[in-house]
Write a protein that binds this ligand. Structure first.
Ligand code: F0G
Length: 352
């Protein structure tokens, strides 16, 4: 018995890996596809959640990182670098440990969730907080990787996209075909690019899917360059993971949108937080705020009458809620304190 072997072994024939290439893995992928009962009722559709927070470091980034770090190892790299709003750095740090490499991460100062910073720290990454936003961090990381012996593992690295496309494979493998619509949050736009690549490959003549879905992407209103049609100089949103003004995979994401007959729209922070609370309190799925942008977008589209009933829809929820628990606690009432007394506890619980 070997269980789930990680995305490289499970999808080896569809990935650019050689037979003797090293495989650096934490057994990522194989994440749950959870039927969303309340969302299905509210939209009149069959809605599923692809719960990517169930990956080893708590986000979808692990799918790309197993590929990128394995490729870096094969190329003989001793050190890797990434710019990150938090999840990429957490993932890179963990996989670098597995590969015996040094990991350097550049994060926007004061704008990454505590859990993600904790992950990079505990995995021993060298962290620089940059006095700038994610886009500045990426410029810096690119410059460093061009000048110094350090491999860039952001999603501008094609190995990352290859790994992340396996989420689309898993969805088709589980549902028997592609959904009608796939909804996901958009930040640096690597993931929408990767899903589209995966769906297209599976919908090719010899592939297991009969079609590819329409791709619906959602950005936070204050960080919505695709909606504005130009880069946003000072991106702002509480969903720090997608606080990005100048996405690296711009043209690829627009191609995914247009070729699939989909769209990229925006959701407000208020809509994101409402979806975040709804997912936790009604579906039992705790995600980080950026992840809830997909669900907020689906609900917005449904309210606008854009969602025909009876369709099969998959929403990717990209990261685990534990990474950024501040929003779960904020505004919630303090739990009451009781003595070690069953009757007193029963009264407080409304049982007596
Ligand atoms: N959701 C989460 C939780 C993310 O961390 C990210 C990106 C996205 C969605 C957007 O995905 O960039 O492929 O469009 N996080 C990157 C990072 C930027 O550094 O962790 P995208």
């Amino acid at each position: 018995w070997h269980g789930w072997r990680g995305i490289i072994e499970e999808y080896r024939d569809r990935l650019p890996v050689g037979e003797t290439s090293p495989v650096v893995t934490l057994r990522e992928g194989g994440t749950p596809l959870v039927p969303a009962q309340v969302l299905s009722e509210r939209t009149g559709c069959e809605v599923h959640l692809k719960v990517e927070g169930a990956n080893p470091t708590g986000s979808f980034k692990d799918r790309g990182m197993t590929m990128a770090i394995s490729a870096a190892k094969e190329a003989g790299a001793k050190a890797v670098i990434c710019a990150s709003t938090g999840n990429t750095s957490a993932s890179a740090a963990a996989y670098a440990v597995r590969a015996g490499m040094v990991c350097a991460v550049l994060v926007p100062q004061g704008k990454i969730a505590l859990g993600k910073m904790g992950q990079a720290l505990v995995h021993g990454a060298k962290i620089l907080q940059v006095d700038g936003n994610f886009d500045d961090c990426l410029t810096l990381a690119r410059g460093l990787s061009e000048k110094y012996p350090v491999a860039l593992v952001n999603s501008v690295n094609p190995a990352r996209i290859e790994g992340q496309k396996t989420a689309a494979f898993e969805i088709v493998d589980m549902l028997g075909d592609a959904p009608d619509i796939h909804v996901l949050p958009v930040g640096n736009a690597g993931n929408i690019t990767a899903y589209w690549k995966g769906y297209q490959e599976y919908a090719a003549e010899d592939g297991p899917a009969s079609r590819a879905p329409r791709m619906w992407g959602f950005q936070a209103s204050g960080s919505a360059p695709f909606v504005r049609g130009e880069p946003v100089k000072e991106p702002a949103t509480i969903a720090t993971a997608i606080r990005i003004g100048n996405p690296a995979s711009w043209t690829q994401a627009e191609r995914a949108r247009d070729e699939s007959g989909g769209f990229i729209d925006e959701v407000t922070d208020r809509q994101i937080l409402a979806a975040y609370r709804m997912l936790a309190s009604q579906e039992g799925v705790f995600v980080e705020p950026a992840s809830a942008a997909s669900v907020a977008g689906l609900l917005k589209a449904a309210e606008q009458g854009k969602v025909d009933p009876g369709q099969r829809i998959v929403c990717t929820v990209t990261g685990n809620g534990l990474k950024d628990p501040d929003w779960a606690v904020a505004g919630a009432p303090q739990p009451v304190i009781v003595p070690v007394d069953a009757d007193a506890a029963a009264v407080r619980l409304g049982l007596a």
